[in-house]
Design a binder for this molecule. Structure first.
Ligand code: SF4
Length: 371
């Protein structure tokens, strides 16, 4: 309710369709992740995809390293609701196979497939089946001649590599693609995306690759992607963490939420707490976050430990709690509506937040793209 519109002016890109999800143009910036189970373990992979879908991922990517994995991909694709991207390296036959099995996008670098005939076979197949391709350049695996030319990975080197792959597709008059130029260094990745954004019109898939463990990786990704998104660059993103893919999706949405680009679920405004707190702020917020993960409706909920900031935040939140002795004040849409016993806040707050969400969005389906 306190939302100001995002001041970001987005780069105009040509829209592509990954399955039924638009990427680029004026489509909401999508959040994706990648499974980290063995693709051949269909049961485990599908179980992970279910969890990924539940936290709102728009797209999921699955690695397909072998023909056996391609057979598993067929089963996985058939049981997955969101679009599935097949991640393939080098072997063009796998690309043809997963395309036949319904892949919604092929992540494959045309320059790495081998001779022209093979590239043409994959591109023709993608064209016939209307499947986009993602060119994925990575600072850690640049072509040898580009490495030698630049001495070390630089933004220019990443972009040269990307444009080389783009050229393959251009020559075959294939425009249905998106590109990523990921690096584990924030400045390298940001520099590369900024350069590339000026040179092609296709959508950009953002990511800081191998960003690290959960906390450091989330911080690094937020800084890198934050710089780009604030510039209006980026149409879809994946946060790479050495952590559960579910966490990648949550961090992705939190980044978009912080920049007011896309709101999904509850935006908790909470004070850090101090000795003035009248109830356990941290415990209350953590518990509520967990209990309310299924709420998609965007809303601001402020949980503030005392009267110093409590009433002020509550006035501009959809629902706000301002700590007071014994009983804290509950505000709804800026009005004080109740006083809640500090000893049993969580169940009542959960109930009130759910009721408010149901009132704002009866189907719990609305997300807001604030562009
Ligand atoms: S709002 Fe109150 S409890 Fe929270 S940090 Fe500030 S002074 Fe402390």
């Amino acid at each position: 309710m306190s939302s100001h519109a995002s001041p970001i002016v987005r780069r105009k890109s040509r829209q592509i369709m990954v399955g039924n999800v638009p990427v680029g143009g004026d489509a909401p910036i999508t959040v994706q992740t990648m499974t980290n189970t063995k693709t051949t373990d269909v049961v485990a992979t599908l179980e992970q995809i279910r969890r990924i879908e539940r936290v709102g991922a728009d797209i999921v990517r699955v690695s397909v390293p072998t023909m056996e994995a391609a057979e598993a991909f067929r089963l996985i694709k058939a049981e997955t609701r969101i679009p599935v991207v097949a991640d393939i390296h080098f072997d063009y036959r796998i690309a043809l196979k997963v395309a036949e099995y319904g892949a919604d996008c092929l992540r494959i670098n045309p320059g790495n497939i081998g001779n022209e005939q093979r590239v043409r076979a994959v591109v023709d197949c993608a064209r016939d089946l209307n499947i986009p391709i993602r060119i994925g350049v990575n600072g850690g695996s640049l072509e040898r001649d580009i490495q030698e030319k630049y001495g070390e990975p630089t933004p220019e080197a990443l972009v040269e590599s990307a444009l080389r792959h783009v050229d393959y597709l251009d020559k075959l008059d294939f425009q249905n693609f998106k590109v990523s130029v990921k690096a584990s260094d924030v400045f390298l990745a940001v520099g590369a995306y900024r350069l590339l954004a000026q040179q092609i019109e296709q959508p950009l898939h953002l990511g800081i690759t191998e960003a690290g463990g959960f906390r450091a990786g989330a911080v690094k990704s937020s800084i890198g992607l934050g710089m780009l998104l604030a510039d209006g660059i980026g149409d879809t993103l994946r946060i790479s963490l050495a952590a559960d893919p579910v966490e990648e999706v949550k961090v992705g949405f939190d980044i978009l939420k912080s920049l007011r680009i896309r709101s999904r679920g509850i935006n908790f405004i909470a004070c850090p707490s101090c000795s003035r707190q009248e109830f356990d702020v941290i415990g209350t917020v953590n518990e509520l976050e967990q209990r309310l993960e299924d709420i998609i409706t965007p809303m601001d909920v402020s949980i503030i430990g005392c009267v110093v900031n409590g009433p002020g935040e509550a006035l501009v939140s959809d629902l706000g709690l301002a700590g007071a002795a014994n009983k804290s004040a509950l505000y709804e849409a800026g009005q004080r509506v109740d006083r809640l016993d500090n000893k049993a806040l969580v169940p009542i707050l959960e109930q009130r937040i759910r009721a408010r969400a149901a009132m704002l969005d009866p189907g719990n389906r609305i997300e807001v793209d604030e562009h």
